[in-house]
Design a protein around this ligand. Structure first.
Ligand SMILES: Cc1cc2nc3c(=O)[nH]c(=O)nc-3n(C[C@H](O)[C@H](O)[C@H](O)COP(=O)(O)O)c2cc1C
Length: 196
């Protein structure tokens, strides 16, 4: 079985439309019987922004190449997963700050990336990341959409070859029923699940 890490940043938890999409997608994966899915709910991790002491400790550990320290657990789990699913709502043109804090925890030289004379390159095992998001307005394909585009760029940095985004937009515009918009995104999710 392939190991899937599900990073849940759906802040509104069970009220979240993004979480509904993610649940649908994960259920499609479960039906195949091919994946072992582990959920990391960022809302339950008590994470805070990275501050000065954190960097001192990180530098000391990295100098000793001590990657076993618990503070690197997020980076280790991310780097070791075969596939990744990340779900977060579209907030202020990108995603909640909590997801950025998580990403800052992932960026550990020696675990998720390495560097040589040519520059840095990703060292994650995973070959596919699916990002799931919902937006109140319409931003897909515009320069103001910096959630999916940022996550795609991070995939490149981490060495993850394939990236897909499942998104539903215009959910807060009152133009079309939310359930229908979500249903369309679920159809998109079905296809991506087949080729995961
Ligand atoms: C703090 C906050 C910021 C938001 N910023 C945007 C935004 O910049 N653009 C947008 O289209 N919708 C924005 N929205 C609306 C959400 O993207 C939309 O309601 C989304 O479906 C919420 O996902 P959820 O139901 O999973 O929580 C924002 C909502 C919140 C709570």
């Amino acid at each position: 079985m392939e190991k899937v890490l599900f990073v849940n940043c759906c802040i509104r938890k069970e009220d979240s439309r993004t979480k509904k999409l993610a649940d649908f997608f994960l259920n499609e994966l479960k039906k195949t019987g091919a994946y072992e899915i582990t959920e990391l709910s960022l809302m339950d991790e008590g994470m805070t922004y990275l501050s000065e002491g954190f960097f001192h400790q990180r530098d000391e550990l990295l100098a000793k190449k001590d990657f076993s320290h618990p503070r690197f657990r997020y980076a280790r789990a991310f780097a070791q997963a075969d596939k990744l699913v990340v779900a977060a709502p579209f907030w202020d043109l990108s995603f909640p700050a909590l997801l950025k804090v998580y990403i800052e925890n992932l960026c550990v030289e020696g675990i998720t990336f390495a560097c040589n004379e040519q520059g840095c390159f990703g060292t994650c095992k995973g070959d596919h990341l699916v990002y799931i998001t919902t937006r109140g307005g319409f931003y897909e394909g515009t320069p103001m959409e910096m959630g999916s585009r940022y996550i795609e760029a991070m995939c490149g940095f981490f060495g993850i070859q394939r990236y897909d985004c499942i998104s539903a937009e215009g959910l807060d515009m009152g133009l079309r029923p939310v359930d229908i918009i979500l249903q369309e995104a679920m159809e998109q999710g079905k296809e991506i699940a087949v080729n995961f």
